[in-house]
Design a protein around this ligand. Structure first.
Ligand code: FES
Length: 168
């Protein structure tokens, strides 16, 4: 099946073919294949699910059911930088809800969404074990603590500046 999802090149599907080939005859291997496919593509869009369905001879509805059941799988493309706002108790009482609001306002996206340029995503999480720094946001696993909503534009600007410098 030809890829119609733009940005997914043949090399990625060739890698997926190898994974499917390795698991084809093993019973109960669907989760392993999906897990590896997510590792290859970064997420599991419908095109990838349909491809696996066809190659493994499994109904697409079954694959869709597995992907939506397990929190481990995502159908949304993640941004290069994921802001993970901690909504654990310590962070929440210190205002992480306000950080989340500001972040959504600044980036123009909601939780679980990605900006059109593919740069930013917003997620929420439970306690990340840095309560002493509450309220906390992690950006690609790097912890930023003691934040106030006014810090958010600077965090975004810093990343954009770094990206611009990388392009030049
Ligand atoms: S509650 Fe946010 S780090 Fe613990």
């Amino acid at each position: 099946m030809a890829c119609t999802c733009g940005g997914h090149n043949e090399a990625l599907f060739a890698q997926l073919d190898k994974v499917i080939e390795q698991h084809k005859d093993q019973r109960g291997s669907l989760i392993s294949v999906l897990h590896k496919a997510q590792g290859i593509f970064g997420y599991l869009p419908e095109e990838v699910q349909a491809y696996i369905a066809e190659k493994m001879d499994i109904p697409l509805s079954e694959i869709y059911g597995v992907v939506t059941f397990y929190a481990l799988f995502t159908m949304n493309k993640k941004g290069k930088y994921t802001f993970n706002v901690c909504l654990g108790t310590a962070c929440y009482v210190k205002g992480s809800g306000k950080l989340l609001e500001k972040l959504q306002e600044e980036l123009g996206i909601g939780v679980g969404e990605t900006t059109e340029d593919g740069l930013f995503s917003i997620e929420c999480c439970r306690c990340v074990g840095a309560c002493g720094l509450a309220p906390v946001i992690t950006i690609n696993d790097k912890v930023h603590g003691h934040l106030v909503p006014e810090d958010i534009p600077a965090l975004i600007a810093e990343i954009k500046a770094a990206e611009a410098a990388e392009q030049n």
